[in-house]
Design a protein around this ligand. Structure first.
Ligand code: GAR
Length: 217
């Protein structure tokens, strides 16, 4: 069966991109990463893509007078590559509702908190300041409001006494690297259905997947 054609949008380091590339290196993985688009040429993740022979494009938002031109360029590039699913992986530009609606239900994002809690920037700093005992990550379909949309996969991690932003971020990031490939796989397998803006996962879940939804360590 043809693999789902995935395009990944990044702004920086690209460790989630790398997790997707590694998952897709397995020929049994039902999706392939065919294109990586960065909005700045110094995005570290571009090197991950190039090292794996994946096509990269840099579309710099600063080269456009208005957001519409920037987004139209990304849109045309994705369509030209016959992309089925777009993954935002540390893409730090807010996309307009024009773009979001054009890719509705084919555009997903990862955020380093248990949404709908702690939307926006400086997530780990605000989690620590709040005193909450748990954080985590969320993979969700993108809607026009920032960090909003139906949840596909979440993982919980503990907030430990003495955590800094860096130690908490590293713990959450390890969970992100498991959740993003899982979400893409579930979509590629046709097991993700959106009903009334909530996601149903079709089919029984093997224990390993359940652990990813709620990992213990
Ligand atoms: C990840 O922690 C991701 O969840 C976060 O940026 C980081 C990107 O890391 N995204 C957001 O905060 C979006 N609101 P990466 O470039 O190594 O994947």
């Amino acid at each position: 069966m043809a693999r789902l054609r995935v395009g990944v949008l990044i702004s920086g380091r690209g460790s989630n991109l790398q997790a997707l590339i590694e998952a897709a290196a397995d020929p049994d993985f039902p999706a392939e990463i065919v294109l990586v688009v960065a909005n700045q040429g110094d995005a570290g993740g571009l090197a991950h893509a190039k090292a794996s022979g994946i096509r990269t494009e840099t579309i710099n938002h600063r080269a456009f007078n208005a957001k519409q031109g920037f987004e139209a360029s990304i849109d045309a590039t994705l369509r030209g590559a016959r992309i089925d699913l777009v993954c935002l992986a540390g893409f730090m530009r807010i996309l307009s509702s024009w773009f979001v609606e054009r890719w509705r239900d084919r555009l997903i994002n990862i955020h380093p908190s248990l949404l709908p809690a702690f939307k926006g920037l400086d997530t780990h700093e605000r989690v620590l300041a709040s005193g909450t005992r748990f954080s985590g990550c969320t993979v969700h379909f993108v809607r026009p409001d920032v960090d909003d949309g139906p949840t596909i996969v979440q993982a919980v991690v503990p907030v430990m006494p003495g955590d800094s932003q860096e130690t908490l971020a590293a713990r959450v990031l390890a969970a992100e690297h498991r959740c993003y490939p899982l979400a893409v796989r579930l979509i590629a397998e046709g097991r993700v259905q959106i009903r009334d803006e909530r996601v149903d996962i079709v089919g029984a879940m093997p224990p390993a997947e359940v652990m990813m939804f709620n990992p213990v360590g």
